[in-house]
Design a protein around this ligand. Structure first.
Ligand code: SAH
Length: 306
């Protein structure tokens, strides 16, 4: 038998012996083995005994059982049926059992129920869509304490002119207050991931800003596609102008406005950027107020993003 194959077999055998389960890297399965990290995440969430807690990716339940001891109810969403069985086995016959609800499936495709708090050691490959799924969920939750890959966490909290400032930073910060809570090294996980991790707290702005998030996202996508370029340059692209023109036509027909024969979307955009003094600005240095003012100026002229 080739050597590599037999080594792999040996390794898998060891894993099975240790845990009864082989972790699947495709599902980002790196379980937290340090109980101090779990306790600390729970503390930072300021969990109340009356809270319903959402956990994404409970795995074998190291965190789940600790949350169950402190909360009214845990709703845990897990994609891997093998781990769901493990978790069920772990709570069966204990008083925790009746307060755990498991949703089997992909958290991104599952309709989430009401929850007060979200605590999770998140599978890193779903980090970004998960943050926005949580922040756009209604009614709003009180706070989320989440473990992410360190660079992703740094992007979440980055401010204008920081190296890692990006569309993720501004879109998240529009909807929430985000704080870095602590760094967590690779060796706190089994198996250790390739990257370092950090825990962040996300507190949704409540009430949420009176902004159409789809439009906001459309605007920041254009501006951050090349965050070091001026807005004037970013808005010159024909694909951008075509979309804006299509949206403007729709706006006109919805509002019974006749489209002028000499209407030119490029001139219109230039005029808005000049009137607002924004043409020379670059996304890398723009804050939330800058984007709010810009979106408002475009919308006032009937120009919408999608
Ligand atoms: N919270 C556990 C396990 C974290 S590993 C602990 O800290 O010990 C990440 C977990 O998320 C794994 O159990 C994995 O199966 C699960 N997972 C991966 N992708 C998922 C998805 N799209 N939806 C729900 N769970 C997912």
């Amino acid at each position: 038998m080739p050597k590599v194959k037999s080594e792999k077999k040996h390794r898998i055998h060891n894993e099975v012996q240790k845990q009864g389960i082989v972790f699947n890297k495709d599902f980002g399965q790196h379980i937290l083995k340090n109980p101090l990290v779990i306790t600390s995440m729970l503390e930072k969430s300021a969990l109340r005994p009356t809270d319903v807690v959402l956990e994404i990716g409970p795995g074998t339940g190291n965190m789940t059982v600790k949350i169950l001891e402190k909360a009214k109810k845990v709703i845990a969403c897990e994609i891997d049926a093998r781990l769901v069985a493990e978790l069920q086995k772990r709570v069966q016959g204990t008083p925790l059992h009746s307060r755990l609800q498991i949703l089997v499936g992909d958290a991104l495709k599952t309709e989430l129920p009401f929850f007060d708090i979200c605590i999770a050691n998140v599978p890193y490959q779903i980090s970004s869509p998960l943050v926005f799924k949580l922040l756009l969920h209604r009614p709003l939750f009180r706070c989320a304490v989440l473990m992410f890959q360190r660079e992703f966490a740094q992007r979440l909290v980055a401010k204008p002119d920081d190296k890692l400032y990006c569309r993720l930073s501004i879109n998240t910060q529009l909807l929430a207050r985000v704080d870095l809570l602590m760094k967590v090294g690779k060796n706190n996980f089994r198996p250790p991931p390739k990257v370092e991790s950090s825990v962040v707290r996300i507190e949704p702005r409540n009430p949420p800003p009176p902004i159409n998030f789809t439009e906001w996202d459309g605007l920041t996508r254009i501006a951050f596609l090349r965050k070091n370029k001026t807005l004037a340059a970013s808005f010159k692209h024909s694909s951008v102008l075509e979309t804006l023109l299509k949206n403007y036509r729709l706006h006109c027909s919805l509002h019974n406005i006749a489209l002028a024969d000499n209407f030119n979307i490029k001139d219109k955009v230039e005029q808005i950027l000049n009137d607002t003094n924004m043409g020379a600005k670059r996304a890398r240095s723009m804050d939330i107020d800058d984007f709010m003012n810009l979106l408002c100026a475009f919308n006032t002229e009937g120009i919408h993003f999608s």
